[in-house]
Write a protein that binds this ligand. Sequence first.
Ligand SMILES: C[S@@+](CC[C@H](N)C(=O)[O-])C[C@H]1O[C@@H](n2cnc3c(N)ncnc32)[C@H](O)[C@@H]1O
Length: 209
Amino acid sequence: MNGWRSDMNLTIFPPPIYTLIRYADECNVSKAVLDCGGGGRKPPLALFSRHGYKTYGIDISRASLVAAIDFALRDKLELNMAKADMCWIPFRDEVFGCVYSWNASIHLTKRDTERAIGEMFRVLRKGGLLYIDFIWEKGRWEDLGEEREPGEFWMIIDGEDVVHSCFSEAEVNRFFEKADVLYKQKRQTTLRRRGKLRNEAYLDYIVRK
Ligand SMILES: C[S@@+](CC[C@H](N)C(=O)[O-])C[C@H]1O[C@@H](n2cnc3c(N)ncnc32)[C@H](O)[C@@H]1O
């Protein structure tokens, strides 16, 4: 287990996930949720499951899926995770009350981000909630790699060429011009990572269809 112990009751999830569940409960959305890019060792879907949601998750990486499925098995949770690309979501139109991508669509090019948002809206029911976060240009992002297109930075991670896209607030607002933005957070944080102080900045949105 590499020293990693899963215990759902002790697991602390990223704060935006709690905010999203609070909004979803307040808006009384149907209790079916989809996480786009939801793999990894601490799958946020576990928290939705504990709050009574029927959960579904997709991730493009087999390793991320295996990590999430391991967590689910240890905690006896049925998360329903499958390998898929969030640019081509393998579900029918309007089936979920809540769709989100936490810290995952940041790995799409700008064009694919727009496509993935279109897909997330497609599978969301009318009145349902979409949560998504973006890397915001206000951070100091000089270590994101080579800028091959404006705002698209590429670097090799674990042998793979990985993109991080970085947006202005105006660019993100354009994605949601026709939607009902319920919540927008500008997160700016100074933190020490690998011995260096970094200024990070993200934009978080909760939008109603
Ligand atoms: C930084 S991890 C975050 C994982 C998870 N959301 C969490 O909170 O721990 C980013 C995840 O997005 C996934 N991902 C990247 N591009 C994707 C795509 N096009 N479709 C689905 N998943 C994708 C990666 O495989 C990875 O598991």
